[in-house]
Design a protein around this ligand. Structure first.
Ligand code: ATP
Ligand code: MG
Length: 558
């Protein structure tokens, strides 16, 4: 049986529950997720996907995937494919219910004609500036267009001309005839159609007029028999127009629009426009750069769909805008991977350690658990040899008192093996430590403390220099060091980039065997964090791991 992806209690679910109890919509629940194919999906979209598909699943209904492709300028089939792949990866399925608003262009055109015939829409041939100026402001009513009282015949004729491409772009629009004095700007004779002499990714060159989103959306919902049209809060003021269109056209079904607060995350920018800037100025390598909050980026960073879904559920669904903490998302990812990922050793920046009293050529296999809380997964084998690697950060020449790792004349326990004592530090000409000479104590294998020593507090990870597998390890961190980069204008937000958002460790080593992992395999490198094999670049011959998240939060209270 497949895993349940229903949503927990929330106010949208409660509204639907009530509707069902009241016998509305013949007991059906049909939702939709309506992306515009003008970019890749991000974690905010994931919240909407989890909600819409989750509601449908909760009520044994269905959720449509509909591409709202009304603006041919920015839309591209590349995005259509990527969006579908990302939704599937998140774990949701629209079945046969894949739709495109562009498939409704003829029907939408007929609705426009109907409105004109009802004298509820007119062609405005005023300039863009004239129309904008006459709109009024939030405190001042707008003014009626001088073209508002055109006859139905004249409007039909002009709209036909628009359709035939007889007007230049910007020279005519179709507007609804509602109320220029409405306190709601969206009702001040909103534009329904504009001229764009641009080919459409699906409709080709058929149209030189394209319907506006506010016109297309309610009618598309209606055509598909959507019962609950769940969208983000910024559409609240558009709801009267949504309802006006369906009421005026007396459509056979009238979906109910319900708004919820969008997901915002601190330390994150979540708008496609900004993503395009980040890619264009090469701050990131592309839409799937692991520092991007896109679903692809997070996936490549090593977030699992389960964690993203769990986060979407935990942040809940509300009517109040707020900013969620990236730390909370990361914590959710840690909790997910803590259970899921096997453990292993990796050395990011190696120093060679020679264990002088270990015979040349001698090998001994130690064992460590694959998972500390799941014995059933068994053990991994760690081979000890005379030369091993430890991480440079686990040795300090001038160590403070509280430094419990390795130091000159100090002891440290090699995890799952024994205690070593460091008695010589070898440096190169530049003074860089290149080798440590140590001895081990056979008796400490069983956790015994070396004679004459207090308990050895430090435990470090290590790898056999002979057997370790070379790897490239990419240490990703947050892209921004400012909690609210989106509040900044361009010059400022580029200043808020974290200069250490990527550090590449080219000379790292990992446990043997990990080279055979498939791309997108998750591990916890003990003491270092959760990592994933890169889904693009990792192979047996070029082992590449990305750091998904550190073991502890390094950002809170920074
Ligand atoms: P952006 O502003 O990032 O370009 P968008 O809203 O223009 O995004 P759409 O493709 O129109 O992108 O969005 C598809 C759906 O996802 C819409 O229903 C929208 O309300 C929802 N959505 C977009 N961003 C968020 C978010 N941050 N949180 C929740 N839902 C979102
Ligand atoms: Mg949009």
């Amino acid at each position: 049986m497949s895993e349940s992806k229903t949503v927990g209690p929330n106010f949208v679910k409660a509204i639907i529950q009530k509707d069902l109890e009241a016998g509305k919509n013949q007991g059906q629940v049909i939702t939709r997720f309506p992306p515009e194919p003008n970019g890749y999906l991000h974690i905010g979209h994931a919240k909407s996907i989890c909600l819409n598909f989750g509601l449908a699943e909760s009520f044994n209904g269905r959720c449509h995937l509909r591409f709202d492709d009304t603006n041919p300028v920015a839309e591209d089939p590349e995005f259509v494919d990527a969006i579908q792949e990302d939704i599937k990866w998140l774990g949701f399925d629209w079945g046969e219910h894949l739709y495109f608003a562009s498939d409704y262009f003829h029907k939408l055109y007929d609705f426009a004609i109907e409105l004109i015939k009802m004298d509820k829409a007119f062609v405005d041939t005023g300039s863009v500036e004239e129309i904008r100026e006459a709109r009024g402001t939030l405190t001042e009513p707008g003014k009626n267009s001088p073209h508002r009282n055109r006859s139905v015949e004249e409007n039909l004729e002009l709209f036909e001309k628009m359709k035939k491409g007889e007007f230049e772009e910007g020279k005519a629009v179709l507007r609804a005839k509602i109320d220029m004095s409405s306190p709601n700007m969206n009702l001040r004779d909103p534009i329904l159609y504009r001229i764009k002499k641009v080919a459409h990714h699906r409709a080709g060159n058929e149209w030189s007029i394209y319907p506006m989103y506010d016109f297309t959306h309610p009618l598309s919902d209606m055509l598909e028999g959507i019962t609950h049209s769940v969208c983000t809060l910024e559409f609240e003021d558009h709801r009267p127009l949504y309802d006006w269109l369906l009421d005026t056209l007396k459509t056979p079904c009238h979906p109910q629009q319900i708004e919820f607060a969008r997901l915002n995350l601190d330390y994150t920018m979540m708008s496609k426009r900004r993503f395009i800037e980040l890619i264009a100025n090469k701050t990131v390598a592309g839409w799937d750069d692991p520092r991007m909050p896109t679903i692809r980026g997070l996936r490549r960073l090593g977030f699992r769909a389960e964690a993203i879904r769990s986060f979407a559920e935990k942040v809940g669904v509300t009517k109040k805008n707020s900013i969620s903490e990236l730390s909370y998302l990361e914590q959710t990812v840690r909790e997910d991977l803590d259970v899921y990922a096997d453990r292993a050793f990796a050395v990011l920046d190696p120093i060679k350690v020679v264990i002088e009293n270990w015979d040349e050529g001698k090998k001994e296999v130690f064992e460590g658990p694959k998972h500390p809380k799941d014995e059933a997964r068994g053990n991994r084998k760690l081979t000890m040899t005379r030369e091993i690697y430890i991480d440079r950060s686990d040795f300090l020449e001038e160590a403070p008192k509280k430094f419990f790792r390795l130091k000159p004349d100090g002891h440290v326990r090699l995890r799952y093996a024994f205690v070593v004592h460091c008695h010589e530090v070898i440096k190169d000409d530049s003074g860089k430590v290149v080798e440590l000479r140590c001895t081990y104590d056979e008796r400490t294998k069983n956790g015994v403390t070396p004679e004459g020593e207090k308990k050895v507090k430090g435990i470090i990870h290590w790898l056999s220099a002979e057997e370790a597998v070379p790897a490239e390890i990419r240490l990703y961190d947050r892209l921004f060091s400012d909690p609210n980069p989106a509040s900044k204008n361009h010059e400022d937000w580029t200043q808020t980039l974290n200069p250490n958002s990527l550090e590449v460790m080219k000379n790292a080593f990992v446990e043997p065997g990990l080279e055979s992992l498939a791309p997108e395999s998750h591990v916890q490198f003990e003491r270092l964090g959760f990592f994933v094999t890169d889904r693009r670049d990792h192979s047996k011959d070029h082992v590449v791991f990305n750091r998904t998240v550190t073991l502890r939060d390094n950002w809170t209270n920074k």
